[in-house]
Design a protein around this ligand. Structure first.
Ligand SMILES: [Zn+2]
Length: 72
């Protein structure tokens, strides 16, 4: 994971899953900044990747429901 990359994470201030920019890294801890309210959070790498997986699953589900509008 690189500095400057955008990651989805739950912002403690917005209380929602929103995109964050990775600003700094120290070992397994990343400093991310909410793109909505600019709140900085420290996140373990595992947690960040966990969120990314969750998010991608959600996006995939949304895309599939768009491709198959008849599926309920
Ligand atoms: Zn925020």
């Amino acid at each position: 994971m690189d500095i400057g990359r955008t990651q989805v994470y739950r912002c403690p201030s917005c209380r929602t899953d929103t995109s964050h920019t990775v600003r700094t890294r120290q070992g397994n801890i990343y400093g991310v900044i909410c793109n909505r309210c600019q709140t900085a959070s420290l996140v373990r790498k595992d947690d960040l990747l966990f969120y990314q997986d969750l998010w991608e699953d959600e996006v995939r589900a949304i895309l599939m429901s768009l491709e198959n509008p008849d599926d309920k």
